[in-house]
Ligand binder design. Structure first.
Ligand code: PLP
Length: 420
């Protein structure tokens, strides 16, 4: 099946009513046939619905469709993108372990990895996404996962995915890419050796800024990398909290299953069925929208590049971008998504421009049909120190744009008048 067909049909078989739209199963729990059925479900002798913190039929369609679009074997939905990232980390790392993370990641991922998980005893070691060879010196026997973004937010760098996975595979370490900005449509990370992907589905998936959500996707045959790998002993030893279950002995996708059985059970960041339903509506048009977001962003980047007040434009789809070859290699038809940033002389000038736009909204979100302008240094990245800001590639004069689906020429005119 081609992508647009997967986006519309995968994961859903019509119920007895022949319902065309995926129904919203707005229910907390599910009746068992009898106590034996209940016991079998809890013991994984049969698979089925127990309780919405663990699974839900609407969310199940969303997960199956998302996994199919990304090219993975299974996916698990979470209440937000941050929950997905946190669960992907703590599914493998515990006190005394370390993780390796790109310096250039979303502000929430920087504070999560730099501060919050430190309090769980997990150390983060950072590398420059533009220099993956730095990873080698950071690896030791306690390294559990390497995390990076395929297109970074907000510095808009493009990861050389195969350079990262080559080092990780040499040491048998799992890699996890945050594919939020690129989306499953533009980038298929598993084709380049990545093991797991995470998404904030709050962005392009919902597409209209309607709902928070997150997703973890697992590649096919991940068990081959985990079975017998001493780094991942949790998967190879009996899980005391699940009456001795050994995940690597199961014929099921083991990473996402452990998130479901252990982390959603105990930490509880499950998606609401209604949000999953909204995300399903978003997926139906995702391939079409990503084409338009990318085409429009390219035209706007070209306009900004020619503007005398703009010092620098970060958009990897521009031929002049040093990362243009990476976009050609990793992204569908060289499309580079709808996120771009540009630099002007000062923090004050950046704020003035954001305030002067009329169609763009000053909002801290991306991936909406409505265009958004953000000044990261005073908002999403406000909690970062001067050093963290520099490492994340966020100078005071940086303005970030999330190009929506309005008429491109109208957006150019709006920026023209704001820049005056
Ligand atoms: N990852 C990236 C690349 C993001 O841009 C964001 C949010 O902006 C997140 C993760 C966090 O997602 P959420 O807001 O759904 O928790």
């Amino acid at each position: 099946m081609h992508e647009q067909t997967i986006a519309i049909h995968a994961g859903y078989e019509k119920d007895a009513q022949g319902t065309m739209a995926v129904p919203i199963y707005q229910s907390t729990a599910y009746e068992f046939r009898d106590t034996e059925h209940a016991a079998n479900l809890f013991a994984l002798k049969e698979l089925g619905n127990i309780y919405t913190r663990l699974m839900n039929p609407t969310t199940d369609v969303f997960e199956k469709r998302f996994a199919a679009l990304e090219g993975g074997v299974a996916a698990i939905g979470t209440a937000s993108g941050m929950a997905a990232i946190f669960y992907a980390i703590v599914n493998v790392a515990e006190a005394g372990d370390n993780i390796i993370v790109a310096k250039q990641v979303y502000g929430g991922s920087t504070t999560l990895t730099g501060h919050t998980i430190k309090r769980f005893g997990i150390e983060t070691r950072y590398f420059d996404v533009n220099n993956p060879s730095q990873i080698e010196a950071l690896v030791d026997e306690k390294t559990k996962i390497i995390l990076f973004e395929s297109i970074t937010n907000p510095s808009i760098d493009v990861a050389d995915i195969e350079a990262i996975t080559a080092i990780a595979n040499k040491h048998n370490i799992l890699t996890c890419v945050d594919n939020t900005v690129a989306t499953s449509v533009l980038c298929k990370p598993f084709e380049y050796g990545v093991d797991l992907s995470v998404h904030s589905t709050s962005k392009y998936t919902t597409g209209q800024g309607l709902a928070l959500g997150g997703m973890i996707v697992e590649r096919h045959n991940l068990v081959e990398k985990i079975k017998g790998n001493t780094r991942y002993y949790h998967f190879n030893e009996p899980d005391e909290s699940y009456h001795g279950l050994v995940y690597s002995d199961l014929l099921l996708p083991l990473f996402t299953l452990r998130v479901r059985l252990a982390l959603l059970r105990d930490l509880g960041g499950a998606p609401s069925p209604f949000n999953s339903w909204l995300h399903i509506q978003g997926l139906e048009t995702l391939p079409l929208r990503m084409k338009q977001h990318s085409a429009s962003a390219l035209k706007i980047a070209e306009f900004l590049e020619s503007h005398p007040k703009v010092d620098k434009v970060n958009y990897p789809g521009l031929k002049s971008s040093p990362q243009y070859p990476l976009v050609q290699k990793y992204f569908k038809e060289g499309m580079a998504s709808g996120l771009l940033s540009f630099e002007v002389g000062s923090k004050e000038e950046a704020q003035r421009i954001a305030d002067a736009t009329e169609i763009f909204s000053v909002v801290v979100n991306i991936g909406d049909s409505k265009s958004i302008i953000t000044h990261p240094a005073s908002t999403t990245h406000q909690q970062l120190s001067a050093e963290e800001l520099r490492d994340a590639g966020v100078p005071g004069g940086l303005v970030r744009l999330s190009i929506g689906l309005e008429d491109t020429q109208d957006l150019i005119e709006d920026l023209k008048q704001a820049l005056q």
